[in-house]
Design a protein around this ligand. Structure first.
Ligand code: ADP
Ligand code: MG
Length: 245
């Protein structure tokens, strides 16, 4: 069974005539790495937000979003919190506590895990992400790249089935981009399901299993990175890629 199945998804923001998403259909398997691309305003963030009810935009929705065959809206907030992770574009707006260690523990505390389990999980994450040395620091002292690493580590600490990334490198300095991309590459090798919106097309080409290409709220093509990046069918895809590759 697919982890996610999107069927005939159409979404319109309030007071808008034109849908931001029109009749989208695709599925996502456990362990798959999906990259969503297309020019600014084509609907990438709007689509990504539909993968978690707490993030879903307000507006009129038609069609179905199935998580392991169940309507996502019927899956409890708790289960979604534990199994669906989300990392936003800006590292500044998503860290909610004072200290790095607390940030990593926060989601687990909310789910009511035992202290021992939380300590172990947090220590594992700190070690995996190489953040032990600034573990005690306050979040404010961190660089953008470090904050983004903490945001990813926090999502991963929950041991979710899937992590959603919305342009996680766009607010970072160039030297930090490589660092965050390396972390994400590690996740793909670990079998995590990932959906990512990114402008780092070289990275997408190298590590994606599948690419969705969007334009004006439509998926205009989907396929393997080789199909999309090396042999795009649509003129619109070719034009976009000629500017970003
Ligand atoms: P992308 O992430 O690809 O840049 P978005 O999903 O943010 O695109 O936006 C898709 C379209 O929906 C754009 O035309 C944008 O202007 C519009 N849009 C985004 N958020 C809102 C909103 N809250 N209300 C109305 N329109 C919106
Ligand atoms: Mg966006």
């Amino acid at each position: 069974m697919a982890l996610f199945e999107i069927r005939n998804l159409t979404f319109t923001y309030p007071d808008q005539k034109k849908p931001a998403l029109t009749d989208l259909n695709f599925s996502l398997k456990q362990g798959e790495f999906l990259v969503v691309c297309g020019k600014s305003g084509c609907g990438k963030s709007t689509l990504l937000r539909h993968f978690k009810t707490a993030m879903a935009p307000y507006g009129e929705r038609k069609g179905q979003i199935l998580f392991e065959g169940r309507e996502l809206d019927t899956v409890s907030v708790r289960e979604q919190g534990a199994r669906i992770g989300y990392v936003l574009q800006s590292p500044d707006n998503q860290l909610v506590t004072d200290k790095v260690w607390h940030e990593l523990a926060f989601g687990l505390e909310n789910l009511g895990y035992e202290t021992g389990t939380i300590r172990l999980r947090v220590a594992e994450m700190a070690s995996f992400f190489g953040i032990q040395t600034w573990f005690e620091k306050s979040v404010e002292e961190l660089s953008g790249g470090q904050k983004q690493r903490v945001a990813i580590a926090r999502a991963l600490a929950m041991n979710p089935n899937i992590i959603l990334f919305d342009e996680p490198t766009s607010a970072l300095d160039p030297e930090m981009v490589g660092e965050v991309l390396d972390v994400m590459k590690g996740l793909t090798h670990g079998g995590m399901t990932l959906v990512i919106v990114t402008h780092e097309m070289g990275f997408a080409k190298e590590v994606a299993d599948r690419v969705l290409f969007m334009d004006e709220g439509y998926i205009i093509e989907q396929g393997t990175p080789d199909e999309i990046f090396s042999h795009p069918k649509e003129e619109r895809t070719k034009n976009f890629l000629s500017k970003v590759l």
